[in-house]
Write a protein that binds this ligand. Sequence first.
Ligand code: NDP
Length: 451
Amino acid sequence: MTNYDYDLFVIGGGSGGVRAARIAAGYGARVGLCEESRLGGTCVIRGCVPKKLLVFASQFGEAFEDAAGYGWSVGDTAFSWPDLVAAKEREITRLEQVYGRLLGNAGVELHRGRGTLLDRNTVQVGDRRISAEKILIAVGGRPYRLDIPGAELGIVSDDAFDLPEFPERVLVVGGGYIAVEFAGIFRGLGAEVMLNYRRERILRGFDTDVRRVVEAGMLGRGVQFHYSNDPIRIVEGGLGRRQVTFSDGTDGEFDVVLFATGRHPYTGSLGLENADVTAGPKGLIVVDEYNRTSVDNIFAVGDVTDRVALTPVALMEGHAFADTQFGGMDRPVDHANVPSAVFSQPPSSSVGLTEEEARTQCEHVRVFRSEFTPMKYTLSDRSEKALMKILVDGQSDRVMGLHVVGPDAAEIVQGFAVAVRAGLTKADFDRTIGIHPTSAEELVTMREPVA
Ligand code: NDP
């Protein structure tokens, strides 16, 4: 027994923090956790979960349209944004309660309020000073909005889930995950959507073919792109609209301007300096492969470390931390071959290297690619293409990267990620029998490289 209040105190009740707290408590540690907002963090409250519910909602219009090709006549349809927001809120509240029960059942004590480090063993929460042998920082990130006049007239993704009214015309600023996902949501629910991105094509860092095919699908669904341009000023327009001026001299009026211009670690008033914890660019907390900060009893996991900002990665980091510090194991984090998906419309999902990365890492790369109209779209006359792409190391025959754009992309890649992670070869893929008729069978039937 120590003289500290806890063996572990966790600052932040999101995915990474809650996982670490539960697992550590399961090993017998005395654990406390503080959360200033709702339990569940970004993913559950204002990220992945409500986003996916909105994506589902936004796909019904397309389903009603496509139904005609299959002999259905769909009567009048109507969409109610307030009903969707209320239904989403009920589900989020349910999940928030599940998180609370998980912590309670594990014996973790919950403190409501923002945690601030006072020194390397003390955290202030409200008017309480709490001491702990080890401290884990898992406070996540916050959306960043551009520093331009009138930026406060725009919203960020946190706000997009609870807009009082559904907008007719939306400007989405940015070209990453959140930008393309929300462009698809608003468009699918019936808004006119313009996506403004400072460079020439969305999803920088993704495979070139993925970017091209997602962009084509979004264009086909009516999203307008305003590339190589920045908003430079926002002022109030008529009827509560926002008048936006761009760097090319053009302007436009929108009901909503959504800044999807990245997320920064939420370390502003955390008191890192009181404990001598080293911070890096944008305030990120610098950690080693065991999630240890520059102070040997203070650790950090998840988005606040700005490594791979994905929920399942934060879960892995939190779990590895607890296993190592309280379970007697040696578990460094492992960020290799992390699969991910962009729930754009069409959706895309990838694991492993892009073609560009593969070419810099392997001397000889074989590229297998198939672009086709998914069977489901044939009778409905939808012209959108799906993409399946595999990158193979020409020397070892190992599959280095795998990319899918099209219906169920994420569901498909989750399975194939096991194969890529296991280091399987193209010959292993070729030996696998396809499931017919599916889109995914392309991934085991492509025989001729295109490059
Ligand atoms: P991203 O980093 O994906 O995208 C940020 C976008 O904003 C980029 O297009 C970037 O441009 C642009 N941008 C940044 N700064 C400026 C600036 N000063 N002026 C103009 N444009 C700018 O961040 P997101 O906010 O979309 O998402 C944050 C993270 O959350 C993601 O990286 C991802 O890890 C995670 N996430 C994951 C999801 C999923 O798994 N499906 C869904 C949503 C989020 P440029 O490309 O030029 O840098």
